[in-house]
Design a protein around this ligand. Structure first.
Ligand code: SAM
Length: 261
């Protein structure tokens, strides 16, 4: 059996690209939300943290001119392949959301699926927001979603032991992949550490490989983000609690719409 320690941290290749599309399926309604905004964009749309192209391809299909930025070369390669196969012209770039310079501006910047939470320090969040503001047209829109788990952690505990989370079939190999998950959250640093194990089961029911990954995400409270956005040149236009426009209840999903001012 093969074992691999794929991801070390919040940085490059933390996602075990081979399993990304099988496991990281997004937040309910996110694709339609971002695509609907992109369709209305008065210019090009940049997706920051585009991963394997789950959202970027949908934006392009909605008719938007799209660019995608990510620091994981493996995920970008998947995205490039899918776009080429679908005949979609998307500009891909490798870079860090806290310090990128694409030399152009966009009508909208989207940061879907809690990607902003990869920034583990407030200083990096500020650098990223300034960078995004620099890449937006005047009045350009910044759309992103994040997650504040405090309500859930208070109810369920700050740590959870390693347990089976889900399983799926790897379309490349036909192997069943069983995913195990554990978490530890530190309320001081607001960092959630997630361990994931992808166990691949061969046709004879025997495990043929295990891949270990570790994801670190920082959560931010509603008012923390309100102040960060205001301090970095944005006006908050809406904060929703889901992608259908539901009210934000004070915890859980935070769907942000902000305007560069
Ligand atoms: C949860 S995935 C979201 C991918 C894609 N947006 C989606 O919705 O499926 C987070 C993505 O952010 C990328 N990422 C993490 N830190 C980053 C950084 N500092 N700069 C750019 N991308 C980053 C990861 O490589 C990963 O592709």
């Amino acid at each position: 059996m093969q074992t691999a320690c794929q991801g070390e941290s919040n940085t490059m290749r933390a996602y075990a690209s081979r399993f990304y599309d099988g496991y990281f399926v997004g937040v309910e309604g996110d694709v339609a939300f971002y695509a609907a905004h992109a369709k209305e964009a008065d210019g090009a749309v940049l997706e920051v943290g585009c991963g394997s192209g789950r959202i970027a391809l949908a934006l392009a299909r909605a008719g938007a001119e799209v660019a995608g930025l990510d620091l994981d070369a493996d995920l970008l390669a998947l995205a490039r392949g899918k776009a080429a196969e679908a005949g979609l012209a998307i500009e891909w770039g490798e870079g860090d959301m806290a310090e990128f310079d694409l030399g152009r501006r966009f009508a909208q910047i989207h940061v879907p699926y809690r990607t902003f939470q990869h920034l583990l320090a407030p200083a990096d969040q500020i650098r990223a927001l300034h960078c995004m503001a620099d890449h937006l047209d005047d009045d350009g829109l910044l759309l992103f979603d994040s997650f504040d788990p405090l309500g859930q952690l208070a109810a369920e505990g700050f740590t959870s032991p390693l347990c089976k989370d889900t399983d799926f079939v790897d379309t490349a190999t036909g192997h069943q992949v069983v995913v195990y998950y554990s978490r530890a959250a530190d309320p001081q640093t607001q960092i959630l550490e997630q361990e994931l194990i992808f166990e691949e089961i061969g046709a004879d029911g025997v495990a043929v490989g295990r891949t270990f990954t570790r994801l670190l995400l920082r959560w931010s409270t509603r008012w923390e983000l309100e102040h960060l956005l205001a301090g970095c040149g944005f006006e908050v236009m809406a904060l929703d609690g889901d992608f259908a426009g539901g009210a934000y209840p004070g915890y859980g999903n935070q769907i942000w719409t902000a305007r560069k001012v």
